[in-house]
Design a protein around this ligand. Structure first.
Ligand SMILES: C[S@@+](CC[C@H](N)C(=O)[O-])C[C@H]1O[C@@H](n2cnc3c(N)ncnc32)[C@H](O)[C@@H]1O
Length: 268
């Protein structure tokens, strides 16, 4: 199977920022706090996108360096343009063939990426290859089938309204995004001391438009599905979501975005 990135889900960095980048930043902070790794390490980040997690590592994990890789040129150029830090290096690359040497990193992380890589076992082997013995490999993915609520409301409404809706549901497509499969993936790669936990980030929308308009910019599977609908069907979806979402009296919408985070140690 071709990389799903080739479908154009991740082409427009500015549009991605308003859709998921803003929430990945919040989860990224919970993730680096959970990892709680010492300062002055050499980090690698795989699938850095627009640099949401890269920035968090640079600000809060006190790294010696962060080498961030990403296959989408649109995302990479936004990350390069916005992150001006001598500790950060950006490289074009796919998770299954990283442009990096064996054992060059103390820690390798990847946020919201694993489910988009068709050959996950190859990707995890490749990630282990570039981390030194005793180093950390860690990842987080959305809880698409559970408490990644902004997407759960979206796909539940799609499934209710359209006959083929369930086929597109990320909760059904991305089975890796559950604690058991994540733990299995890490254990089968021979990672040690594997742990999985939930990270819950508040996602507060100022009003319905703040929730809805990012879907119209076509990023990720939900955005791509939304823009593929006819105007009438999109209007039906919009109305269904307006009815279903818990909209407060001041118009705001308070949801949570849960990510499953997993970590393991490369054997010594
Ligand atoms: C949901 S975005 C996450 C971006 C960023 N890590 C964040 O947290 O905001 C998914 C990212 O995975 C990247 N991606 C998709 N397929 C990939 C692959 N085979 N190897 C590496 N990255 C991939 C996409 O280009 C995109 O940047």
């Amino acid at each position: 199977m071709a990389s799903q990135n080739e479908g154009g889900w991740f082409a427009d960095g500015e549009a991605y920022e308003g859709y998921v980048g803003r929430w990945s930043r919040v989860v990224g902070r919970l993730f680096t706090d959970w990892l709680s790794l010492p300062a002055d390490l050499s980090w690698v980040e795989v699938g850095c996108g627009t640099g949401a997690l890269t920035e968090t590592i640079l600000k809060h994990a006190y790294p010696a360096s962060v080498t961030a890789t990403e296959p989408s040129e649109g995302f990479l150029s936004l990350a390069r343009g916005r992150i001006n830090d001598s500790r950060a290096v950006f490289k074009s690359g796919d998770a299954t063939s990283l442009p990096l040497k064996n054992a060059e990193a103390d820690a390798l992380v990847t946020g919201l990426v694993l489910n988009f890589v068709p050959d996950k076992q190859l990707a995890i082997q490749e990630m282990c290859r570039v981390v030194r013995p005793g180093g950390t490999v860690a990842s987080y993915v959305w809880d698409y089938s559970g408490e990644m609520q902004l997407m759960r409301y979206f796909w539940d409404a799609v499934t209710e309204l359209f006959l083929d809706g369930a086929d597109h549901d990320e909760g059904k497509q991305f089975l890796i995004c559950n604690p058991g499969p994540l733990e299995d993936l890490f254990r089968k790669a021979d990672l040690q001391s594997v742990e999985v936990r939930a990270l819950d980030a508040p996602t507060v929308f100022a009003d319905f438009d703040d929730y809805w308009s990012p879907f119209l910019r076509g990023q990720g599977p939900a955005g791509a599905y939304c823009v593929s609908l006819s105007n009438d069907d999109r209007e039906r979806l919009r109305n269904r979501l307006k009815d279903a979402l818990p909209i407060e009296s001041d118009g705001s919408i308070h949801l949570i975005a849960r990510a499953w985070a997993v970590r393991g140690v490369v054997p010594v």
